[in-house]
Ligand binder design. Sequence first.
Ligand code: XMP
Length: 317
Amino acid sequence: SWTMHSFIEANVQAIREKVGNGKVICALSGGVDSSVTAAIIHRAIGDQLTCIYVNNGLMRTNESESILRFFRQKTKLNVIDVDATEFFLGELAGVLDPEVKRKRIGLGFIKIFEEEAHKIGEVQYLAQGTLYPDVIESVSFRGEAPIKSHHNVGGLPDVMKLDLIEPLRELFKDEVRELGLELGLPEEAIYRQPFPGPGLGIRIMGEVTRERLEILRQADVIVLEEMRKAGWYRKVWQSFAVLLPIQTVGVMGDGRTYEHVIALRAVDSRDAMTADWSRLPYDLLGTISSRIINEVRGVNRVCYDISSKPPATIEWE
Ligand code: XMP
């Protein structure tokens, strides 16, 4: 559209003036905000931009692979990738408290990101996909990329002393999507549901272990497959599985089972500040439930979360 076209022109110009010959780094998550941020900055300054993708081991099934394949095959971005799975799972061992999990993941991310920035050397700018809702709700909004979460703390890590470039600061998510399409990003990148920085780490209630990650991944991939198949993936803001920290009794054949519970969460929203649970068709809920119970070993019960935000949040932690 004309508006997006002139938005791009103005921003490209402003980024060029600000950056000059400097170097910019950007943390890519695979999500629409950081992808669009990288795309517009790349349009302005090309290879003065280096993107860093950190796999924290908390991604959905095959997601890191597919994100990296996408950037390498479909964009001209210069992307460094770091597999920090071992490090993050180590940081999370024995941690039950949701806020401690978030802190460890956030700090871990900064540490890894900073190491990579040092290897690049002489970086002056940090690009972030901050949106308008993040700006106005910056105190209470939990949905921040981890890198932003310590801005007010003394003794800042080096990457946070960098000058910020935030080209999306005035936009809502639907406008970011429009911008991304205008910049030539394919629909698969644009219509990806939001995914939190701490990933599956905050969708596993209680301790994050490899075994529990595996259960959640298997359930989650079924949710996404069935949502897509039924044409509901794009109709909702987010849809995902959560692994609960309890076991419940069930029956199989003539034996008693005592296994895990998966909660399904699907919400409608414009900007994540408020949300309502999605009125998914019963048949779709039924299909998802029976597939999870039949196909995911160790799960014998599925529940649907019918809470709105507020007073609940979208994520469970
Ligand atoms: P809540 O759970 O606060 O989530 O209703 C609002 C939106 O933000 C996402 N979210 C995050 N995104 N880092 C992120 O990048 C985070 O730490 C984080 N926590 C929540 C959540 O998925 C929802 O879209």
